[in-house]
Write a protein that binds this ligand. Sequence first.
Ligand code: GTP
Ligand code: MG
Length: 193
Amino acid sequence: MKITKAEFLKSGTNKSHMLDGNKPEFLFCGRSNVGKSSFINGLCNRKNLARTSSKPGKTITLNMFEINEKLIFVDVPGYGYAIRSKAQIEQFGRMIEEYIKTRQELKLAFLLVDIRHAPTDDDKTMFEFLKYYGIKTVIIATKYDKITRNQLPKQIKLIKETLELTDEILIPVSSETRFNLDKVEEIFDSYVK
Ligand code: GTP
Ligand code: MG
């Protein structure tokens, strides 16, 4: 599905802030600075829809976008940002858990990891969490433009082994060069009527 219309709807931090409608929702999660907002912007062909920043940890709410009037993208604040306080980390945990546990509309999560590095303990925890609640998850390896083609097999292996992937889909992408964004677009096809 090509995205031709994308609109920011609202931000929220708890259940009461979620949307009333019943459009399928897609969650974008991953560490701060991994490229979630850039990925959403890339998919939507927009420069500044989901705000990107070189300063990690800016996003502290669940940010909801309506896509082609049919789907909802939910941008999740990055975890694993050291400068966050303990209270903020706990608040983040509660927020994301409540959302994942209760949100019927949530159809699929994208877990973004940096293609250059092994997934961290935070990534592993997030992935376990999604699996525990039975959320279908696609792994997105970001910033493909930062490695060479020769490095790809090794980095894929590292991600697969660290997260102990079995049959999950893993897609290397670059929001900068748009590498494989078309592959991600195809995923949405089965969710639109
Ligand atoms: P938080 O909102 O803090 O959780 O971060 P985020 O995951 O939304 O990351 P964001 O999209 O803001 O990107 C972080 C930095 O990585 C920015 O400087 C982006 O320009 C850069 N970046 C994102 N995607 C890519 C990519 O595909 N290639 C390259 N080279 N840089 C990227
Ligand atoms: Mg962001």
